[in-house]
Ligand binder design. Structure first.
Ligand code: ATR
Length: 266
């Protein structure tokens, strides 16, 4: 029941109304019997979002596109990993001190851990904010990283920061890797017919992961399944980053199966 003691958590983004964050966090609060509510706010600027956290004593927030970078200058402390990535997706309000973290990084790696990353060649498609988080997560697990990206300059810049090789997008079909991760928005509704990696370059031994989760089965994952690859859908990373946020806010590990089922049945 919502009452005067209910604690507020929220999402800041623009757009924000499509987010599945409220559905899973509220389900987890209920499941763990925590008197809290999570709401999505479509805001215009990062400064206003940080001010809202302070004014309303919001206990924690998710930060999404396009504020993951701009929020950094408006909070009080930034975790070293988030600083290295250059993006904050989580705010924890510790008695008025706003602390910033990046849970995308560990979330990208979590679904891959069972396959072992150390020493494996991991090809990251894209060089934006999501790619940076994924690349740092893979680097921390000692993966051998290849970056490929439409805009060469951006791809090379990211490759330098994580000690990776850069391969131009035109040469993607020659990429030899154990793991392929799409971090771009290619394949996302309403452009679900687009594919982020050439299907002819997929081999059955590969693990193929997509960060896109609308649709859940992207063209890339469909093609990978047809080739006999192991596939990991975008919900895996989305839920892992949300679960890590929930733990930072409450100290409690949420039920990730409940989170996944809540989204699938939403
Ligand atoms: P995010 O923070 O969500 O990662 P971003 O910083 O805008 O978003 O990065 C988007 C990534 O997807 C970039 O690597 C972008 O390629 P460019 O660097 O060339 O812009 C890539 N991307 C998005 N749409 C694409 C498309 N239609 N074709 C190829 N790459 C695309």
């Amino acid at each position: 029941m919502i009452d005067a003691a209910t604690r507020l958590y929220c999402l800041f983004g623009n757009p924000a109304r499509h987010s599945k964050g409220p559905v899973i966090h509220n389900a987890a609060f209920k499941d763990k019997d925590i008197n809290a509510v999570y709401l999505a706010f479509e805001v215009q600027d990062a400064a206003g979002a940080a001010q809202a956290v302070r004014t309303l004593d919001i206990k924690g927030a998710s930060v999404t596109i396009p504020f993951k970078e701009s929020i950094m200058e408006h909070i009080d402390w930034i975790d070293p990993t988030a600083r290295a990535i250059g993006a904050v997706n989580t705010i924890v309000n510790e008695n008025g001190v706003l602390k910033g973290y990046n849970t995308d990084c560990q979330a990208a790696v979590a679904p891959l851990v069972p396959f072992g990353i150390s020493g494996k060649t991991v090809c990251i498609v894209g060089a934006g904010g999501a790619a940076r988080a994924v690349a740092h997560g893979i680097e921390a697990q000692n993966g051998d990283i290849i970056i490929t990206n439409r805009t060469e300059q951006k791809g090379r810049a990211l490759a330098e920061t994580v000690n990776a090789r850069f391969i131009p997008a035109e040469e993607m079909e020659n990429i030899q890797a154990d793991v392929i991760i799409n971090t771009t928005s290619i394949g996302m509704t309403p452009k679900e017919n687009e594919i982020s990696f050439p299907p002819e370059a997929l081999r059955s031994e590969m693990v193929v992961m997509d960060v896109v989760y609308t649709p859940l089965r992207t063209r890339l994952l469909e093609a990978a399944e047809q080739k006999g690859c192991t596939t990991i859908d975008g919900l895996s990373m989305f839920i892992a980053q949300a679960a890590a946020q929930f733990e930072l806010w409450t100290g409690i590990i949420p039920d990730t199966d409940l989170m996944r089922n809540t989204i699938i049945n939403d």
